[in-house]
Ligand binder design. Structure first.
Ligand SMILES: [Ca+2]
Length: 105
């Protein structure tokens, strides 16, 4: 990775690296995240943005919703659906926080 990548490029890099950190697979099989590891990822990486990530049933429901082809694993495309799904509420949150800090100054 070159040192002069933009913030957006870096953010995408982080998203891909995060997927790879929890995904398993080899060169012949596509990388996928198991339900167990996906629950781990939710509680470790998204516990500030998603509520109930420590709640096994809530996490299982989310995984079930994301697992479009119902193979019990989260593919990169399915992971990307999660990112897309939380991007909009996160954008709201970030704007609210920015708005809030402007007001307190
Ligand atoms: Ca799947």
């Amino acid at each position: 990775m070159s040192g002069d990548s933009s913030e957006l490029e870096w953010a995408l890099h982080v998203l891909v690296k995060n997927y790879d950190k929890y995904a398993s697979g080899c060169c012949k099989k596509p990388r996928r995240i198991s339900k167990k590891d996906f629950r781990k990822m939710l509680s470790r990486e998204l516990n500030h943005m998603l509520t109930d990530t420590g709640n096994k049933r809530a996490a299982d429901k989310l995984i079930c919703d994301l697992d479009e082809n119902k193979d019990g694993h989260i593919s990169f495309e399915e992971y990307w659906t999660l990112i897309g799904g939380i991007a909009s509420p996160i954008a709201c949150l970030i704007r609210q926080q920015e708005h809030g800090t402007k007001f307190t100054k």
